[in-house]
Unconditional design. Structure first.
Length: 412
């Protein structure tokens, strides 16, 4: 005799209906399963395996349609039982329709599910059901992917900007690492003073101006309110965020091209917007492709390095392998590292400012490397507000170098 879930369930239902009339129960079990069941077998099964076992809840009873609506955001959360062959292979449109939503009007922002093998006496084989829970939001008004892509593809490159500056005997370099701008949460209006103060620094002519762009330039990496790894966060107007970020940086790049001899733009990955920010820098590269005095590094790499004169500037967001940053850079960029007179590594991510010298972490640090965690002047999002991460100083740092050393730091 081989017992299974179906037999156990039927035995339990007989006992619930007839009590412990073992002869009657054995007869009914024999009729149901076309096997011979004896009184001692059904009694023993009940007493040793089923009597003290918590009864299984029919998933149909547990997972009826449950719906919760957030009146403030318009988001809805729905839990229900659905039957599909393989839920992993179904696209968002299918899942939305299975839960009663029109895919043209709603977006999935979160989906969780668990699998059930459902038995009953009418079924010869178990049926696979999914307790599926989704959180949906109305499609963001004004988002038109076709228009968005078309706008990028059809954007005319700017005509070359002539150099009108005048270099002094003290040749200088300017690094502009404005990390964690989070456009979408922060606005162009919020950054008005930052833009004015940074632009004023570009009135002076430099041999080279280095822009490091990315590192959470945009708050979302999609139109669904998600980070690069799919974490659900505050959903922002991405078209507006992109447009304002473009105005911000084009204003500064135009000024740099006007007053300084050379401009370099480096894309640096962030954990919020690695794809969107990469596309943003690629877009800038297209906009300025007629300008021979500006170069772009759009490689999709975690760590980047650049030389301003004999000053080594390393950059990484800081969300990965933060403690070993100096070691990583010395190994990945040995030629630049060896040639440099000074070495700095600049990171963002934590929205705080901290400067640390690390003379003991690796041997070469004795020759002088500074790892800087740069602050930000952005507006506080809901996550940082809720967790109390809102007490850091709100400011950006811009670095000026001579050929062989750091000359000064500006706070904007």
């Amino acid at each position: 005799m081989i017992w299974n879930k179906e037999k156990d369930k039927y035995l339990t239902s007989l006992i619930n209906n007839h009590g412990t009339k073992w002869k009657l129960i054995a007869e009914k079990m024999t009729e149901q399963f076309d096997e011979v069941f004896k009184n001692e077998q059904v009694r023993g099964r009940w007493r040793t395996e089923l009597k003290y076992k918590k009864p299984e809840i029919d998933p149909k009873d547990k997972f009826g349609v449950k719906k919760v609506k957030d009146k403030k955001t318009g988001e809805e959360e729905v839990e229900r039982l659905i039957e599909v062959s393989n839920i992993d292979e179904k696209d968002d449109d299918y899942i939305l329709q299975a839960h009663g939503y029109d895919p043209s009007k709603w977006d999935i922002i979160n989906h969780q599910f668990s699998m059930w093998n459902h038995y009953n006496k009418e079924l010869t084989e178990p049926k696979t059901l999914y307790a599926s829970k989704i959180k949906v939001a109305p499609k963001q008004k004004g988002v038109d992917w076709n228009r968005f892509i078309s706008a990028l593809e059809n954007k005319e490159p700017l005509e070359p900007i002539e150099f009108t500056g005048k270099l002094t005997e003290e040749n200088t370099y300017l690094e502009i690492p404005l990390f964690d701008l989070h456009f979408g949460i922060s606005t162009l209006k919020h950054y008005k003073k930052t833009l004015q103060r940074t632009s004023a620094l570009l009135d002076k002519s430099h041999l080279e101006v280095l822009f490091i762009i990315g590192q959470d330039l945009l708050h979302n990496d999609s139109f669904r309110g998600q980070t690069a790894n799919g974490t659900q966060i505050d959903k922002v107007d991405m078209e507006k965020a992109w447009d304002e970020a473009e105005i911000f940086y084009k204003t500064l790049i135009d000024k740099a091209l006007d007053k300084s001899l050379k401009v370099t733009v480096i894309y640096s990955k962030g954990n919020h917007d690695e794809s969107m920010a990469w596309a943003f820098v690629k877009n800038l590269k297209n906009v300025y492709k007629k300008n021979t005095r500006i170069t772009f590094d759009t490689k999709f790499k975690e760590r980047k390095a650049h030389m301003l004169g004999l000053n080594f500037i390393g950059t990484t967001h800081g969300d990965k392998n933060r403690k070993n940053a100096a070691s990583n850079f010395s190994v990945e960029f040995p030629e630049l590292w060896a040639r440099a007179k000074t070495r700095e590594i600049h990171m963002g991510h934590l929205h705080r400012k901290r400067t640390t010298k690390q003379p003991l972490e690796i041997t070469i640090d004795e020759k002088g490397v500074i790892v800087r965690e740069l602050g930000t002047g952005n507006e506080t999002d809901q996550y940082h507000e809720d967790n109390g991460f809102n007490m850091a100083h709100k400011e950006f740092e811009i670095f000026e170098y001579t050929e062989t050393n750091k000359r000064c730091i500006y706070y904007v």
